[in-house]
Design a protein around this ligand. Sequence first.
Ligand code: NDP
Ligand code: 8X3
Length: 248
Amino acid sequence: MKTILITGATSGFGRAAVERFHGAGWRIIATGRRAERLDALADALGRERIHTTAFDIRDEAAMRAALDALPADFRDIDVLANNAGLALGTAPSQRADLAQWKQMIDTNVTALATLTHALLPTLIARRGAILNISSVAATYPYTGGNVYGGTKAFVSQFSLGLRSDLHGTGVRVTSIEPGMAETEFTLVRTSGDQGASDTLYKGADPIRPEDIAETMFWIANLPPHLNVNRIEVMPVRQSFAGFQVARD
Ligand code: NDP
Ligand code: 8X3
């Protein structure tokens, strides 16, 4: 039986991934800050093959304590799904909130790198896999995307760097780069503006959490000689726009 640790399991892609992998017989470690949601998830899954642990991923001591407290049968982690993350704000850089920038960097970059570093020995021993949830924002800039896009560019490039470093270990690394997906992402980004979230996704037929969970499941179950380096997934109704020009 394989074990996957999924961060950001209280919502969106992470929760859907928990359900997908658990449904296929995997052992799950599910993390996030909202303990009541993790409890509800474990209840819904019958408390079989699931260990939940609530902590703020930016709190390194709490993260290490959670790893140290893993029950014996959850310690042999085969797959690390670095999914926890967020965007905060849509303002251009010159009007952005610095505290929001720091929170995105601490969560999307520093915490992701810290957890990965902590689990590399286990993943190497298990010839395991790392699934990093990046974003199309890593590649395509848009106004108001500034630091969020920067953090996801880090995730994509870090994934490629890891892959290079882990050459010969059998550990696989993938950067998964979704486009517009309807989760709590926009609610979080807009500090709880449900109207803004509904308006963004209305009529766009966006990616669903289950779509990315399925992508994660497919990659994690490929034959061990294959590595998907990066994969970009968009809704059909989303594509690219052109450059902008500021004229006199
Ligand atoms: P959600 O807001 O639905 O889920 C985000 C998850 O991250 C939650 O479970 C949340 O848990 C967790 N999280 C956020 N901050 C912390 C923290 N400090 N400590 C622990 N957990 C944290 O959004 P998505 O499912 O959409 O987002 C998942 C990932 O996908 C993110 O990395 C996001 O950037 C990325 N992404 C999203 C896209 C989209 O359009 N939705 C597209 C491309 C990428 P809790 O609040 O309980 O702590
Ligand atoms: C989320 C996708 O386009 O809102 O990473 O930045 S986008």
